[in-house]
Design a protein around this ligand. Structure first.
Ligand code: CU
Length: 185
């Protein structure tokens, strides 16, 4: 018994040493979205997948209609304007708009919020990663944030798709969504 236990301990220690020697990319991330009044309007959970990053949105209490949804370049959400989140996340230094060309890494399709104000939807962003060692990582220095706008993205107009005011914002943090309370930041 003793020998088996000891072998188990050694193998766990070995795995830990391997993990520490090679920084492991985060496999999941999350953002808690707040509106300009500080109300919780939902969550975004991000998972690393081979094709990029899978984003699962769970929104509530949002104004119905078509709204732009982006990743912005700074992990700071100060209401009510959320201008602190900076411009679109754009590590490739390209023009805005998925109809104009490659677009920004932070460009994503518009959200269509139904009259209930709640929406569950998933999408893939192939231009970003959770791997902090890469230039297109959402964990680049200073972090990133998810932002929802008052208007829709026209997918063309540089630099922000003519999408209007920012109405909800959430800093992207490492780790899964914590149900029931906001993650410490
Ligand atoms: Cu935006």
């Amino acid at each position: 018994m003793n020998i088996l236990k000891r072998a188990g301990t050694i193998s766990v220690a070995g795995l830990l040493a391997t993990a520490l020697a090679h920084p492991v990319a985060a496999e999941s991330a999350n953002a808690v979205l707040k509106d300009a009044n500080g109300q919780d309007v939902g969550t975004v959970s991000l998972s690393q997948i081979p094709a990029g990053v899978l984003l699962k949105l769970s929104l509530k209490g949002m104004p119905p209609g078509e709204h732009a949804f982006h990743i912005h370049a700074v992990g700071k959400c100060e209401p009510p304007s959320f201008e602190t989140a900076g411009p679109h996340f754009n590590p490739g230094n390209t023009r805005h708009g998925i109809m104009a060309g490659a677009g920004h890494a932070g460009d994503m399709p518009n959200l269509h919020i139904p009259p209930t104000g709640s929406l569950e939807v998933e999408l893939v962003n192939a231009a970003i990663t959770l791997d902090s060692g890469k230039t297109n990582s959402v964990f680049h220095p200073g972090g990133t944030a998810v932002v929802i706008h008052d208007g829709k993205d026209d997918y063309m107009t540089d630099p922000a798709g003519n999408a209007g005011n920012r109405i909800a914002c959430g800093v992207i943090n490492q780790g899964p969504v914590t149900v029931g309370r906001s993650p410490v930041r």
